[in-house]
Design a protein around this ligand. Structure first.
Ligand code: PFF
Length: 446
């Protein structure tokens, strides 16, 4: 006999946990620099279009799979599609290991930067000096790994606490805190003298910078940001009681995710313009350009510390959700205890995090086809594994399981959803076409 499955204690808790999964480094670290590099609001508009079509469709598809089966991704696919489809769930669990191993490395940097900011160790507004500080730090052998280990430990501690007492309880505190911090920082940024060009950059779309690559990056970013394609939404959906309105909850979660991404861009870009720095600085925007911004504003250390705390909180609730499907799989399918499973999975991720972290230092010259170990993990996860996972979910629900999916999504006909046919066709054709284009483009560009 299986033990009764634990469920979310409240709808608020479920929404905070799931929004916590979606809102992460993807929104606050990646989205602003991608918007900065890709023509500001033109990129944002394309991103929004992808989110409201494929993004929402896939989140609902995953959630309904989880809620109906009350299982982890492997068990969910097996229950509905048989052994062959269980591999689709297996791919999701595997993707989790890959993502978490490089995610904890970047998350570890955010912990270190809280300390640097609070300890006034970056008192210069010169991006060249800050750039050297950043590459010096991430290039070290032990300190970044130590930070990643602390971060992994925090993640494991929350997950080991269980669904209600661990994940839900932490999310209910951390997410509201994140929203408050974000609003304080946006207010600070947009009122800086000289912020207007940044606001104009964000509000006037420059479509001349949009290429097919922009559209593809916006699609990949939407997948990563909404946590689709690796079974997180299946797993979180499996802790839902039957009567929850999935479409409405999905809408709230997606709005929170998109809202935070846009607010993060509003927080970062006007500030960058205000001090005359380059908005297209790429991944270094957060760790190099922003400390320069903080150094040139009153109480910069305080705001800088708050900013990196915000980033760490966002990363933590996401990392928790990346770990949970593996744990649910070990617990449901193999009867392993939650604590033991969490410990084992975390150790495996930390082991993989070692070469990921060393990719910025001792292993920076060890490359394959020009990519370091970190680059490979990032590339495989974002451009191949997550899209493939999304493709499998879309095809399964769209082609094999469309009728029951509609019945379950409408809570056995009690919800009136006039767009059900559009949903199914987006899953059948729209999402697969977009995903195949994405993967093809990714693997064919060197
Ligand atoms: N959505 C998270 C972010 O934007 O940082 C990252 C993420 C979480 C990706 C969970 C994938 C996932 F399954």
């Amino acid at each position: 006999m299986l033990a009764a499955r634990e469920h979310w204690g409240s709808r608020f808790g479920f929404i905070m946990a799931t929004a916590g999964s979606a809102i992460g480094l993807g929104n606050i670290w990646r989205f602003p620099y991608m918007a900065g590099e890709n023509g500001g609001s033109a990129f944002i508009l394309i991103y929004l279009a992808v989110v409201v079509t494929f993004g929402i469709s896939l989140v609902m598809a995953e959630m309904v799979l989880g809620r109906v089966t009350q299982r982890n991704p492997v068990g969910a696919f097996r229950a509905l599609g048989g052994r062959g489809w269980a591999l689709a769930g297996g791919l999701g669990v595997l993707t989790g290991f890959v993502i978490l191993s490089f995610y904890v490395v970047v998350a570890g940097w955010t912990l270190a930067y809280i300390v640097f900011m609070a300890g006034n160790q970056l008192p210069t507004a010169d991006p060249a000096v800050l750039g050297r500080h950043f590459s010096g730090f991430v290039g070290r052998t032990f300190s970044p790994l130590f930070a990643a280990t602390i971060f992994m430990g925090l993640t494991a501690w929350i997950v080991a606490g269980g669904v209600g007492k661990g994940i839900e309880r932490a999310s209910k505190v951390l997410m509201p805190l994140l929203f408050v911090l974000l609003l304080v920082l946006v207010a600070r940024s947009v009122t800086l003298p000289g912020a207007d060009p940044g606001l104009a950059f964000l509000l006037t779309p420059d479509f001349s910078r949009v290429t097919i690559d922009t559209i593809i990056s916006a699609t990949a970013q939407a997948f990563f940001s909404l946590s689709i394609g690796m079974g997180v939404m299946i797993t979180y959906g499996s802790y839902l009681p039957r009567n929850v309105n999935i479409p409405r909850s999905t809408l709230i979660i997606v709005l929170l995710d998109v809202g935070v991404a846009v607010l993060a861009a509003l927080m970062v870009l006007p500030a960058v313009f205000a001090v005359g720095l380059d908005p297209s600085a790429g991944p270094g925007l957060t760790f190099i350009t922003l400390p320069a911004v903080f150094a040139s504003m009153p109480f910069g250390n305080l705001f800088g510390t708050l900013f990196f705390a915000l980033l760490a909180i966002a990363a933590l609730t996401s990392a928790v959700s990346i770990l949970e499907p593996m744990i649910a799989w070990a617990v449901d399918e193999h009867g392993i205890g939650r604590g033991a499973a969490t410990l084992a999975a975390s150790l495996v991720c930390l082991l993989l995090a070692i070469p990921a972290s060393l990719s910025f230092g001792p292993l920076s010259d060890t490359t394959l086809a020009g990519k370091t170990f970190f680059d490979w993990m990032d590339f495989l996860a974002n451009n191949v594994m997550l899209p493939l996972g999304g493709l499998l979910v879309a095809s399964f629900v769209g082609w094999r399981w469309a009728k029951p999916a509609c019945t379950h999504l409408t809570n056995d006909g009690t919800l009136r959803l006039p767009w059900l046919t559009a949903w199914i066709w987006l899953l059948r054709v729209g999402a697969p076409v977009a995903i195949v284009a994405l993967v093809w483009q990714a693997v064919s560009t060197p």
